[in-house]
Ligand binder design. Structure first.
Ligand SMILES: *[C@@H]1O[C@H](CO)[C@@H](O)[C@H](O)[C@H]1NC(C)=O
Ligand SMILES: *[C@@H]1O[C@H](CO)[C@@H](O)[C@H](O)[C@H]1NC(C)=O
Length: 470
């Protein structure tokens, strides 16, 4: 059911209603449900606090996507507070005789892919659709994406947190996406105590934490039983730690993993405790992963061996070991790993791994079995032209492979300092293009990624070098 009235007329009706706020509130009793969204939207933008509060209480749909509206009109604290105050009615008798309390989800997420003005269409997916099925007596869910960093909570979030604390039984603060940047642990704990941790599906922790701090955070992680994606970045060992302390912290973390039965994506970036302990981390993972990204970490050959034997890697779609130095590591475990995931692997990233010709050549047979591969990136490795050509021949059968990002071949370097001769590079690139043509793969995109000689940023060459703008 849409609104048939011409937009102008609707706008006029809404504006005239809002001219007398008390009248508008009284009219809510009789107001058709479809008029709520435009009226609410206008009341919110026009800072009519009383009307906003009353409309939250009389909201005729299960979901109120306030976040979508807040994206359009950056709200003043006062009007946001009025909307939150509307939730208070839950603990008192409903003042409106005609309507029952319908609101079940207050969605404060700004990127929730919801259009505020189609809230009544009834076909909307996701949380709001789910809300239809719920009991009216269930607590109201407040959905929010939390980013804990310096300066949080701001005044709005503080107000919301206070409300949640006061109305613990009737308001559930749910957070699908949780980002933790730098913030003292005590403050983090205070906020997380108010969040339904089983609602968290996506967690990013990037705080430059010491391992001990991560250990203190670990019990919260264990409660996020519906977590699908976990990113840990910049966790460092504690210098001069007491003996056994590190072990204790690592096991505090890994002992939570068995609770994470829905984990599909694991990103470990700049984590200093992995070397010699990857086995311990992997052993605690109970289900197959879709994404495994271990980047900018030190790991040993034994670690890689354990990785290749871990049951959780057999269905990987994305694998990244970018920035992991594999120079002095045998290629066998990596070969086994790629072979094992070959039926599902779509995206392989081996940038800056220090992989040399002989190691790379040994991987090629396994690579040629990756029938689902679409993207392969291995920039920043010292590979010769002959091996690049060999790669081309090994990938002929990979019908889905459409993007290959490769390093400037060794032959294009002018000196030992890694200065690339651009003319030579263009020539070698043209040669690779020609081989692609000969193999019947003209549409495959091959990019060469190298640090720009001028600024050090990576540039891509296809077909001519594209340099940074100086
Ligand atoms: C972690 O944060 C830093 C900036 O503080 C950023 O450069 C880096 O990309 C982040 N890491 C991840 C994996 O998101
Ligand atoms: C990688 O490790 C080797 C020795 O195993 C070392 O010689 C090399 O400098 C390292 N590369 C980087 C970029 O750290």
């Amino acid at each position: 059911v849409g609104i048939r009235a011409p937009p102008k007329l609707l706008e006029l009706a809404v504006q005239s209603l809002l001219r007398d706020e008390a009248l508008a509130i009284a009219a809510l009793e009789e107001l058709p449900a479809e008029l709520f969204p435009p009226l609410f939207s206008a009341a919110f933008a026009g800072m009519h606090s009383q009307a906003v509060k009353a409309m939250v209480q009389a909201w005729p749909f299960p979901c109120l996507p306030l976040g979508a509206l807040m994206k359009e009109h950056k709200p003043h604290l006062e009007i946001f507070q009025a909307a939150i105050d509307g939730l208070d009615v839950l603990s008192v008798c409903l003042p409106l005789s005609r309507r029952r309390w319908k609101l079940q989800v207050l969605d404060l997420r700004r990127n929730a892919q919801q259009d505020f003005c189609t809230v009544w269409s009834g076909t909307r997916a996701g949380v709001c659709a789910r809300a239809w099925l719920k009991q009216t007596s269930a607590p109201v869910e407040v959905l929010i994406d939390l980013c804990l960093k310096e300066g949080t909570p701001d005044a709005s979030l503080s107000y919301l947190l206070k409300k949640v604390k006061q109305r613990r039984g009737s308001l559930r603060l749910c957070c699908q996406k949780l980002r933790v940047f730098s913030m003292p642990m005590q403050k983090i704990r205070k906020i997380l105590k108010l969040v339904q941790l089983d609602s968290v599906q996506d967690l990013e922790v990037n705080c430059t934490w010491k391992l001990a701090t991560l250990g203190r955070f670990a019990p919260h992680l264990g409660q996020m039983v519906n977590l699908r994606r976990l990113l840990l970045s910049h966790i460092h060992m504690t210098p001069h730690a007491a003996p056994g302390m590190e072990e204790r912290c690592v096991s505090q973390l890994t002992s939570q993993f068995p609770s994470l039965q829905h984990l599909q994506e694991l990103y470990l970036d700049s984590i200093s405790f992995l070397e010699g302990r990857l086995d311990q981390v992997l052993r605690c993972l109970k289900n197959p992963l879709e994404t495994l990204s271990i980047t900018n970490c030190l790991i040993s050959e034994a670690d890689l061996m354990h990785l290749s034997q871990c049951p959780s890697v057999s269905q990987l779609k994305d694998l990244s070991l970018s920035g992991v130095n594999l120079t002095s590591i045998s290629s066998k475990p990596l070969w086994v790993l790629i072979e094992k995931a070959s039926a599902t692997l779509q995206d392989l990233d081996l940038d800056e791994c220090g992989i040399m010709d002989s190691q790379f050549s040994a991987l090629l047979p396994a690579l040629s079995h990756c029938s689902q591969l679409t993207t392969f990136s291995f920039c920043g490795n010292p590979i010769s032209m002959a091996v690049l050509e060999s790669l081309l021949r090994h990938t002929v059968g990979l019908s889905k492979l459409s993007h290959v990002l490769y390093p400037a071949p060794l032959e294009s370097y002018e000196d030992v300092h890694g200065t690339v001769h651009l003319g030579r590079l263009a020539h070698l690139h043209a040669r690779l293009k020609q081989v692609l043509q000969e193999l019947g793969l003209p549409s495959m995109v091959w990019f060469s990624g190298n640090p720009c000689p001028h600024c050090g940023d990576r540039t891509f060459y296809s077909p001519e070098p594209i340099l940074c703008i100086l």
